[in-house]
Design a protein around this ligand. Structure first.
Ligand code: PNS
Length: 168
């Protein structure tokens, strides 16, 4: 059985992530989508909220399991019998960061391979950060994230801005 993991912050999940999940799920017997808590980022959504959004979108994909994770990605892979790390590649700008991580992961565990999946043309420019920025300034993110994520994003941004106003 060939298992893979698609790790990320998914803050929030976008249509670009979903495209990679659906295409990767066809390539492996089992695909874990692992939501990592990245200490270097300040997320908008909690890990629990991100897990709920991804689980909702992946509920019809039988071989996909959505999980929260922390620590090293290779440790997560080893613990779960995973031999492939799936990464999405958009523009050339992703390459430097992803290449370094792939080499470091290879150094940490030479038995685990990183596989890069090219993003579909429609999602070349898409990132969670840009989606959050556009939504925060009132722009339309309808085609960029699933409808339920769009709703949660708009509600969350309202909450955050109400909290900020209350503090002032
Ligand atoms: O969506 P992101 O924020 O680009 O995902 C980054 C992620 C979660 C894939 C990366 O930070 C990661 O692998 N975190 C786990 C910790 C780890 O293994 N760090 C060493 C990577 S070489």
């Amino acid at each position: 059985m060939l298992s893979a993991v698609y790790p990320g912050s998914f803050d929030p999940i976008t249509n670009g992530h979903l495209d990679i999940i659906k295409r990767s799920a066809k390539c492996f017997d089992k695909l874990y989508v692992a939501v990592f808590d990245n200490p270097s980022k300040t997320p908008l959504f909690s890990v629990q909220e991100r897990l709920e959004m991804i689980s909702e979108e992946c509920k019809d994909l039988d071989n996909v399991e959505v999980v929260g994770a922390s620590g090293l990605l290779v440790d997560f892979a080893r613990k779960n019998g995973i031999s492939v790390l799936v990464k999405g590649l958009r523009a050339v700008s992703d390459f430097d960061y992803e290449f370094k991580m792939a080499l470091m992961n290879k150094k940490l565990d030479p038995e685990i391979e990183t596989v890069f999946m090219m993003t579909s043309l429609d999602y070349l420019y898409l990132s969670s950060s840009l989606v959050k920025e556009v939504a925060a300034y009132g722009g339309c993110v309808k085609d960029l994230v699933p409808p339920s994520v769009e709703g949660r994003l708009l509600r969350k941004l309202k909450e955050v801005s109400a909290q900020k106003e209350a503090k002032q």
